[in-house]
Write a protein that binds this ligand. Structure first.
Ligand code: GDP
Ligand code: MN
Length: 422
């Protein structure tokens, strides 16, 4: 589960991690008032307005109008996801910038071309920076233990650093029982060229972050950048925390931080019906029972020249309602050009699946060809149910057969005009 930057920072500050002073706002009036009352009146001369959304790259991103898609400008320059406000009447500037940011869409390298609507802004004290670092703690699955990653290239994505300056990345594994040792933190500090009080401050900070990572049960804790300020303090200027979904049941307070508005609506809907649904970027929707069959089915789709649009596992004990929900979810993805149902009837009988599909089709408008392969218990009854329904299906007898059908249908779509609804 992803958290917003402001939530991540609030959690980290409970572990003693230093963060800049900040306030979250949801309206332009509030942005202006908070900037004046909380910052200007405290003698803070500059603030940052930071769009809160579950996507990075905000600093290089740009805002577009929610309806027209026009790029938004402030005093002739693009409105970015992170805006520095200084000089003059900063409360008034914050108000006018927030008017442009809130309710409009931010486009970054991670949001897709459409961008995503911004509903919250973090207003934060701007701090003069001397040095910026990249710092992350994440799970190294190949070593079965957490890994601390540090780079002197703060503000730059770690993938870019790894590709262009691999020598700039320092790594230390955390022993799952002993935890991060002070000598390890010092070793990283030396490699970054820190000494004296700065080195001590760094060792202390890293211990707090390692504790936060463990106690919050994160799968990722990333500060990019971690800043060394002009007056020699470490400060988490940006924070990204991803919590381990499988540990959330132990942390109801953390689970309550979920922001459903930031999640894929179809994934939220699927989770409500205990369906495993993962959105992918292809064009063939696939509804399958069991993860193993899902993997094999996706390989098959790929071999047939298609790409899976999703992974929808209805599980072993699906009932008619669940099948119906699954079917509706699969078909509501606008990227799906062909839908494939590949179910092996073991515990869930084929006739039940067929009934679920027929029932679902009474509530959804079908705008794509559907290939169905039902094999196993009561496959014959299932075939009859599908036939009696009078609905149009392409029935596949085997996986090979299904692959052939998908290949043909995709080829027909390439030559036919697009049937994507307007
Ligand atoms: P991201 O682009 O989504 O990763 O957003 P960040 O929170 O990392 O902000 C983008 C950039 O703004 C950072 O890499 C910093 O260089 C800069 N920045 C963030 N906070 C401050 C600050 O307090 N002072 C200054 N001078 N720059 C900042
Ligand atoms: Mn960042």
């Amino acid at each position: 589960m992803n958290l917003h930057e402001f939530q991540a920072k609030e959690l980290l500050s409970r572990f003693g991690v230093p963060i800049p002073k900040g306030r979250v706002v949801s309206s332009a009036e509030e942005a202006g008032r908070v900037t004046y009352e909380e910052f200007v009146l405290s003698g803070i001369p500059a603030v940052l307005l930071k769009a809160q959304l579950h996507a990075g790259g905000r600093g290089k991103g740009h805002f577009v109008h929610a309806d027209t898609g026009e790029p938004l400008l402030f005093n002739g320059t693009p409105v970015r996801g992170v805006m520095l406000v200084r000089e003059g009447n900063i409360a008034d500037k914050a108000y006018r910038l927030a008017l442009l940011m809130l309710g409009n869409r931010l486009v970054t390298a991670q949001t897709g071309a459409e961008g995503r609507r911004v509903r919250l802004l973090l207003i934060e004290q701007a701090v003069p920076i001397a040095r910026e670092f990249y710092l992350a703690i994440t799970l190294d699955r190949s070593r079965n233990r957490p890994l601390v990653l540090l780079s002197t290239e703060g503000g730059v994505e770690i993938e870019t650093v790894a590709a262009e300056h691999p020598e700039a990345i320092v790594r230390e594994h955390i022993h799952p029982f002993w935890g991060l040792q002070p000598f390890q933190a010092r070793r990283i500090g030396f490699r970054l060229g820190l000494e004296g009080t700065q080195l001590n401050a760094f060792v202390e900070l890293l211990a707090k972050l390692a504790r936060a990572y463990e106690e919050l049960e994160c799968s990722l804790l990333e500060l990019n950048p971690l800043a060394l300020t002009a007056d020699g303090r470490f400060l988490a200027l940006d924070a990204k925390v991803v919590l381990d979904d499988n540990a959330l049941f132990r942390h109801p307070d953390l689970a309550a931080l979920r922001d459903i508005a930031e999640e894929d609506p179809l994934e939220v809907e699927a989770a409500r019906h205990q369906l495993n649904y993962i959105k992918l970027d292809g064009n063939v929707g696939c509804m399958v029972n069991g993860a193993g069959l899902a993997m094999a089915t996706m390989d098959m789709i790929q071999l047939a020249g298609g790409r899976p649009a999703n992974f929808l596992d209805v599980g072993g004990a699906a009932n008619v309602e669940r099948i119906a929900h699954a079917f509706r979810i699969m078909l509501s993805d606008p990227n799906v050009r062909v839908a494939l149902v590949n179910i092996f009837g073991g515990i869930v009988r084929c006739d039940r699946v067929a009934n679920g599909i027929v029932q679902a089709l009474q509530h959804v408008e079908v705008r794509v060809p559907i290939v169905i392969r039902l094999e196993g218990t009561n496959a014959e009854e299932a075939a009859q149910i599908l036939q009696r329904s009078g609905l149009q299906f392409h029935v596949a007898r085997s996986l090979d057969d299904a692959a052939q059908l998908i290949r043909q249908l995709l080829a027909q779509l390439e030559t036919a005009p697009s049937n994507v609804p307007s």
